[in-house]
Write a protein that binds this ligand. Structure first.
Ligand code: NAD
Length: 250
């Protein structure tokens, strides 16, 4: 069998970088996509120095032109992609009365429009291959989170998007699932601690105290779950959401 090709968006750092490295370790060629191609170098280097095959690609997932060009580059550089992890994300937190239109639109554009554009561009390669895996990154915030009306709406929206794509693409051998992380140590959560003026160590300890497994999540916890959905053995699992939050609730 020829090497499968995956695209992981937002893979310059954090959960995306860990997922790209995990999939490369599982034997896939991985396109490391992020806003700035130069920023993908660390992830690409880590994959290559572990003996894997990677390509750094710069693209804004909310731009249709950039998405089409990026997928073409992947086809030329690695081969037709049949795995897509829609991981790129941003937060623009604020209470509703202070939330601007731009805060709302930016979050919708990256998470929802970005996942839509990437999935639309990649699905034709999956359909042609008669096999594919799409994994979307939702969040426990989909269940509601103070200060995140935009982000929780986008992350809940991704769950509906996932279930619909699972119905549409199933007959082509394509599964579509969601991973919904809880509190994960990353630049995104570090920025949240900074915004609310809390010391990072204090913030992590307070969050961990609320989590049944009594620790903060690590990026590898999410990468492992994405790898399960991507695996050859998960072909009968589709349209599902797995909360990876160290317990049954947020
Ligand atoms: P992060 O901020 O560390 O990394 C996000 C990456 O996405 C960055 O490299 C950024 O440059 C990239 N990105 C942002 N906008 C982009 C765009 N328009 N096009 C291409 N790339 C873009 O975040 P993270 O913590 O690693 O989160 C990854 C995903 O997991 C996000 O979708 C996030 O919403 C979700 N998530 C994270 C947590 C958490 O606790 N960290 C919890 C639940 C869900």
């Amino acid at each position: 069998m020829t090497q499968r090709v995956a695209i992981v968006t937002g893979a310059a750092r954090g959960i995306g970088a860990a997922t790209a490295q995990r999939l490369a370790g599982d034997g896939l060629a991985v396109a490391v996509l992020d806003l700035d191609e130069a920023a993908t170098k660390a992830t690409v280097d880590a994959i290559e120095s572990a003996g894997g095959n990677a390509l750094g690609v710069g693209a804004d997932v909310s731009s249709p032109e950039a998405v089409e060009a990026a997928v073409e580059r992947v086809v030329e550089g690695l081969g037709a992609p049949t795995v897509l992890v829609n991981n790129a994300g941003i937060t623009r937190d604020n209470l509703l009365f202070k939330m601007t239109e731009s805060d709302w639109d930016m979050v919708m554009n990256v998470h929802l429009r970005g996942s839509f554009l990437m999935s639309r561009a990649v699905q034709k390669h999956m359909v042609a291959a008669g096999w594919g895996r799409i994994v979307n990154l939702s969040s426990t915030s989909a269940l509601g989170n103070r200060g995140q009306a935009n982000y929780s709406a986008a992350k809940a929206g991704l769950q509906g998007f996932t279930k619909t794509l699972a119905i549409e693409l199933g007959k082509f051998g394509v599964t579509v699932n969601c991973v919904a992380p809880g509190f994960i140590v990353s630049d995104m959560t570090k920025a949240t601690a900074e915004r609310i003026g809390q010391d990072w160590e204090v913030y992590v300890a307070a969050r961990a105290a609320e989590i049944p497994v009594a620790r903060a999540g690590q990026v590898e916890d999410i990468a492992n779950t994405v790898a399960f959905f991507v695996g050859e053995g998960a072909g009968f699992v589709s349209g599902q959401v797995i909360y990876v939050a160290g317990g049954p609730r947020t």
